[in-house]
Ligand binder design. Structure first.
Ligand code: SAM
Length: 273
């Protein structure tokens, strides 16, 4: 991360970065797990960065959060019990509450992310006030090892595969995940920018494919993430079947996106062959 004359920049490579002109830096803390920065930007409202990478902005967070929750929602049996690993901003839990999910467990490793979200992103983190949402501050990897619970969906809403999130992209973790899913349950993870982080996508896809019979990658356009093209990968032990029911339309998600986001560019297909 670089901060030059009121610009926050996320480095994508040695030769490219995306810069946001900022009105102010609202916070900068070093926690036991990571560095958290918060900026007030001109174009995207408040922006949360962890270890120099954009996690969410007020203006475009809806795309990521709709896509990580609503796509897997419409496949296989209607979910009633969902686990989120990561997601300390509350955005994924918010969408699940709006979809009418009755029982949500959200395991976030860093309580500071939750506190920052409560203070600076009250609308997004309002999910944590809901009775349906059980927020646990702890390591998602440890939780999965120790818990006996089963879930219809497991949403891995994590940072990129470095530091505390590295294990969340491992084959061993996916194996543990499988034992916590109901028979046609679905796990979904954010799998990075296919252009700038091809390894994150292949780690997620290939790791899941070694454990689960059915794996599907889909993409979305997220303007504040590296290259704008972002991937998500979901897996299940049973074939994916879209439920025959009307879809709720979000601000990004709609019935066409539910189908079209699975059509992948050739270079993305090649990464997950
Ligand atoms: N939308 C985001 C993105 O892809 O940039 C993810 C946002 S969310 C803030 C990511 C969260 O994952 C962080 O708050 C981080 O603390 C959490 N996290 C990382 N490793 C974790 C682990 N092992 N267990 C639970 N949460 C974890």
């Amino acid at each position: 991360m670089r901060l030059i004359e009121n610009w926050f920049s996320e480095r994508y490579s040695d030769n490219l970065q995306l810069s946001f002109r900022i009105k102010d830096q609202l916070l900068s803390i070093k926690t036991d797990y990571q560095r958290i920065d918060l900026f007030d930007t001109y174009d995207f409202g408040k922006l949360l960065s962890i270890d120099g990478t954009v996690q969410l902005t007020e203006k475009d967070e809806y795309i990521y959060h709709e896509m990580i929750t609503m796509i897997p929602y419409y496949f296989n049996s209607k979910p009633s019990r969902v686990l989120i690993i990561g997601g300390g901003d509350g955005g994924a839990a918010r969408r699940l509450v709006d979809l009418g999910i009755e029982n949500i467990v959200n395991v976030e490793i860093d309580g500071n992310v939750v506190e920052v979200a409560k203070k600076y992103f009250p609308a997004i983190s309002s999910s944590f006030k809901e009775k349906k949402v059980n927020l646990i501050i702890g390591d998602g990897i440890k939780y999965i090892k120790e818990s006996k619970d089963k879930f219809d969906r497991i949403i891995i809403d994590s940072t990129d595969p470095v530091g505390p999130a590295e294990g969340l992209f491992s084959e061993e973790f996916y194996k543990d995940i499988q034992s916590h899913l109901t028979p046609n349950g679905i796990v979904v993870t954010q799998s990075g920018s296919p252009y700038y982080q091809p390894t994150a996508l292949s780690m997620a896809h290939n790791g899941m494919a070694r454990i689960f019979k059915y794996v599907k990658t889909y993409c979305a356009f997220i303007p504040t993430y590296p290259s704008g093209l972002w991937s998500f990968t979901m897996a299940s032990s049973e074939e994916f079947k879209k439920r025959d029911e009307p879809t709720v339309t979000g601000k990004y998600f709609n019935k066409d996106i539910l189908e079209g986001s699975f059509y992948l560019p050739e270079f993305v297909k090649n990464l997950i062959k």
